[in-house]
Design a protein around this ligand. Structure first.
Ligand code: S3P
Length: 438
């Protein structure tokens, strides 16, 4: 694969300074396309993430007959077709690397009454899909996975879905959101109970589109048969993309970096709690609200970090940030222990395994558990790290160079484009000595 040739080359040392805005939130951008497409009237989205994942979602809705313009300078305009206005796609919908796109679309398309096929790249085709298809089938959907429970997903016509009361066995915003989207088309009230707090962007955005959602504690309910009203939305900067800079500026002596307009949804801020417990100096400034989501500017200055036992309750609130957190742990005094994070094994890569291999390559002692890792802080050497095509692993190891003794090369970095186009350019503007090849 040609994309596998993209590499990051990093010179060791440096510090991060200045003021930047990282790209728009990926989770929120996906949901804005989905709900905007189903709404009555026009939806205008500012700050839309023009990454490969969210563009795959846009393309899928265009294939289903939704007029969508942009993104141009972060602006996306959608002429919503209404709840029953999607047209059956004439070809499989290719969702690339995006688990969010595949699982949310599976939920939405289960209730359309026509046939569709969802496909993805090699990584996405390895990821577990029964967690969404099983409860959807219990609602009356007809969906076929591979024998291993993976994509391609064939969705067949079915009669009207029936509402479901479902207790999710794993904490997953993708499963919750898929069932909420199916619930829009179901007879009766669908209720989902989550074992821990998963991100609640779908619930918030449904309300922004005028669709009532009933949330009490760890349960969320939706009644089928309503309508969505097109609206104007501003997407916050993605805290999951800010995470690399929070870690980079924390570990590189002399850093002082400001990150503007970062999403501060409490279901996403685990990284701030974890880094602060490790001794990081992060200030939250100008807290405000934007499009139903809290946002703030973050100022981060370098500080000596120490290892911690990461509280299991924070795991779902920082689920995408562990590659970056492991780099902070590698630079911390003492050991950091993570348990209760088996979900990391079924992300874009097996993030426990791939991070452990990369840390070992750079001379950082670690021990893997089935559900976590122990990392002994130490001196980072240089070396060649394979990201296995996982965007967040590539960006996390790029930040490691700030404290490395020798150059670091990172392989297979093309997928950084799924969530953070122009990462290398923005990072180098702040002071990271990074070169993208080719
Ligand atoms: C996401 C939910 C999380 C997260 C993913 C985005 C979403 O996945 O890891 O990057 O947008 O709903 P899970 O639902 O599998 O936890």
């Amino acid at each position: 694969m040609q994309g596998a040739q993209v590499q990051f080359h990093l010179r060791p040392g440096g510090r991060l300074t200045g003021c930047i805005r990282v790209p728009g939130d990926k989770s929120i951008s996906h949901r804005a396309v989905i709900l905007g497409s189903l709404a009555e009237g026009i939806t205008e989205i500012r700050g839309f993430l023009a990454g490969a994942d969210t563009l795959a979602t846009r393309n899928a809705f265009q294939q289903m007959g939704v007029p969508i313009w942009g993104p141009e300078k972060g602006k996306l305009r959608i002429q919503g077709v209404g709840m029953r206005g999607l047209r059956p796609p004439q070809a499989p919908l290719d969702l690339g690397n995006s688990g969010t796109a595949m699982r949310l679309l599976c939920g939405l398309l289960a209730g359309q009454g026509w046939e569709a096929v969802l496909v993805g790249d090699a990584s996405l085709s390895r990821r577990p899909m029964r967690r969404v298809t099983d409860p959807l089938v219990a609602m009356g959907a007809r969906i076929q996975t591979s024998a291993a429970g993976t994509a391609p997903l064939h969705i067949y016509p079915s009669s009207k879905l029936k509402a479901l009361h479902y207790a999710m066995p794993v904490t997953s915003a993708q499963v919750k959101s898929a069932l909420l989207l199916a619930g829009l088309y179901a007879e009766g009230e669908t209720c989902i109970t989550e074992p821990g707090p998963a991100r609640d962007h779908t619930e918030r955005m449904l309300e922004a589109f005028g669709y009532p959602v009933r949330a009490e504690g760890n349960r969320v309910c939706i009644r089928g048969g309503g309508q969505l009203r097109g609206c104007s939305l501003a997407v916050p900067a993605d805290i999951s993309s800010a995470a690399f800079f929070l870690v980079g500026a924390s570990i590189a002596p002399g850093s002082d970096l400001r990150l503007e307009g970062v999403g501060m949804n409490p279901t996403r801020t685990g990284i701030l709690h974890i880094l602060r417990q490790m001794g990081a100096d992060i200030r939250i400034e100008r807290e405000r609200e934007s499009g139903g989501e809290p946002i703030a500017d973050l100022r981060v200055r370098s500080a000596p970090l120490h290892g911690i036992e990461i509280p299991p309750a924070l795991v779902p609130l920082a689920i995408d940030e562990f590659p970056a957190i492991f780099i902070a742990a590698a630079c911390a005094e003492g050991e950091t222990i993570l348990r209760g994070a088996e979900e990391l094994r079924v992300k874009e890569s097996d993030r426990l395994q791939v991070m452990a291999e990369g840390l070992s390559e750079l001379g950082i002692a670690n021990q893997l558990y089935a559900d976590g890792i122990r990392i002994q802080g130490g001196e980072l050497g240089g070396g060649v790290v394979d990201s296995h095509g996982d965007h967040r692993i590539a960006m996390a190891f790029a930040m490691a160079a700030l404290r490395a003794q020798a150059p670091i090369r990172i392989r297979d970095c093309a997928n950084v484009n799924t969530s953070f186009p122009d990462f290398a350019a923005l990072a180098s503007k702040t002071g990271l000595a990074i070169q993208q090849i080719p």
